[in-house]
Design a protein around this ligand. Structure first.
Ligand code: G6P
Ligand code: MG
Length: 214
C-alpha cells in the first residue's frame, strides 16, 4: 500500500528551469562589479536564498560591500531577473511535470511548493501552473533556508500530512538535505552523482509515475 499523501516540489530546476535566468542576472551583477564566474560555480547557488547567493558571489569576486550596498545590488539583480521571468511562457514547464501533477491529483495526493524563491507565485502564474498547488511555501514564508527543513515541514503542515507521508522533489544538494533532515523521502531530479543523498534520482519527470512513490 502506498504511504505517500503529499508531494512537495521545489520550483527552480524541478518545475521549470529558471536557473539559467538567475545565472544571467547574477553574471550581469558580477560583470558590473568587475569580475565573472562560471556556470560550474553557479551550481552552488541552486536552492540558496537571494542574499546568501549574493554573499557567495561577492566572495568569488573578492568584493566587499556595505549592508546597504548589498541590498541595492540584490534589488537590481532581482529586477534584471524579473525582466527575464516576465518573458517566460507555459512551454517552459519541464517535460512530464503537468502529466505527473495531474496523476497526483487524480489519486488524491496533495501537492505543495517548497521553494526559497520570493518570486514563486509570479513564476507559477507565468507558466500557468498555479492551480495545481494545494499550498505554496516560499521565500516569503520561511526564516531558515535549505538545508534547514523548515520550508518542507511547513509544506507538510499546510497539507495536513506527517513528514513521513511526504515525498520531496529536489534538484539541489541543499534541498535534498532539507527534505532528509525533515524526515521525508526525497527524489532527486538531475544527476545521481550530485544528488547521492536522495532516496533515488530521476533525470526528468518523463521517468516518474505514481507507482514509484513510497
Ligand atoms: C531558488 C533558486 C535559487 C534562488 C532562490 C531565491 O532556491 O534555486 O537560485 O537564489 O530560489 O530566489 P529569488 O527569486 O527569491 O531571488
Ligand atoms: Mg531548485
Amino acid at each position: 500500500m502506498r504511504n505517500t499523501k503529499a508531494c512537495l516540489f521545489d520550483l527552480d530546476g524541478v518545475i521549470v528551469d529558471t536557473a539559467v535566468y538567475h545565472f544571467q542576472a547574477w553574471r550581469r551583477l558580477a560583470n558590473e562589479l568587475g569580475f565573472d564566474f562560471t556556470e560550474h560555480q553557479n551550481e552552488q547557488l541552486k536552492g540558496i536564498s537571494r542574499m546568501e547567493s549574493l554573499e557567495l558571489i561577492l566572495g568569488w569576486g573578492n568584493v566587499t560591500l556595505s549592508e546597504e550596498e548589498k541590498v541595492a545590488w540584490a534589488t537590481r539583480k532581482n529586477a534584471w531577473y524579473l525582466d527575464l521571468v516576465k518573458q517566460m511562457t507555459p512551454d517552459e514547464v519541464l517535460k512530464g511535470v503537468p502529466e505527473f501533477l495531474t496523476s497526483l491529483r487524480a489519486n488524491n495526493i496533495k501537492i505543495a511548493l517548497g521553494s526559497a524563491s520570493k518570486n514563486s507565485k509570479l513564476i507559477l502564474e507565468r507558466i500557468n501552473m498555479l492551480d495545481y498547488f494545494d499550498a505554496i511555501i516560499d521565500g516569503n514564508n520561511i526564516t531558515k533556508g535549505k538545508p534547514d527543513p523548515q520550508v518542507f515541514l511547513m509544506g507538510a503542515e499546510a497539507t495536513n500530512c506527517k513528514p513521513e507521508e511526504c515525498v520531496v522533489f529536489e534538484d539541489a544538494v541543499a534541498g535534498v538535505q532539507a527534505g532528509k533532515a525533515g524526515g521525508m523521502k526525497v527524489i532527486g531530479v538531475g544527476s545521481a552523482d550530485i544528488l547521492n543523498e536522495a532516496d533515488f534520482v530521476i533525470a526528468g519527470f518523463e521517468e516518474m509515475t505514481i507507482d514509484r512513490l513510497f
